[in-house]
Design a protein around this ligand. Structure first.
Ligand SMILES: [Fe+2]
Length: 158
């Protein structure tokens, strides 16, 4: 079933930061697009990837490091499952794991989790940094053409 309009509305309403900020709505949309493109190549579960895009930064308290924001996002995910989200136990744990650890410097995980992290990391160009293959997890994301494609989109400010 993926991400419903109702879910996006709840996320936006509860988001404590500016929706126009570096971790705001345009970032979520690009992470979604990155993730769905990667999922076709990696075999990741597209529903988990899409949910990750809209939820992983949803509980940030600031636009800095905010080390616990992944954990808070994961707790939010658990409260949503059974209402605005309907995931199997396995997919729920994948999404939770992806949220908890997404801002850590790790690349090893199962493929759906790796695809979530790559979708996010490919959008680092919005703060002027080009994505580097060594911080990416999947061979699909490390493709120079994919990095270029994501980098270009991340730098469009409108
Ligand atoms: Fe992010």
């Amino acid at each position: 079933m993926g991400v419903s309009q109702d879910l996006i509305e709840v996320i936006r309403k509860e988001f404590a930061l500016s929706p126009d900020g570096i971790h705001g709505v345009a970032h979520w949309d690009r992470v979604r697009e990155n993730g769905l493109r990667l999922a076709e190549l990696t075999g990741a579960d597209p529903e988990v990837v899409e949910l990750f895009a809209y939820l992983h930064d949803s509980k940030r308290h600031d636009d800095g490091f905010d080390p616990d924001h992944g954990q808070r996002a994961a707790e939010f995910v658990r409260t949503l499952n059974g209402s605005l989200i309907t995931l199997s136990d396995g997919d729920l744990e994948r999404l939770v794991y992806a949220c908890v650890h997404h801002s850590r410097d790790i690349t090893q995980a199962e493929i759906t989790v790796q695809t979530c992290w790559d979708a996010d990391r490919l959008d680092i160009g919005r703060i002027g940094v080009k994505p580097r293959a060594r911080y990416l997890c999947t061979s699909a994301a490390k493709e120079p053409g994919i990095i270029e494609w994501a980098f270009r989109r991340s730098q469009q400010t409108t």
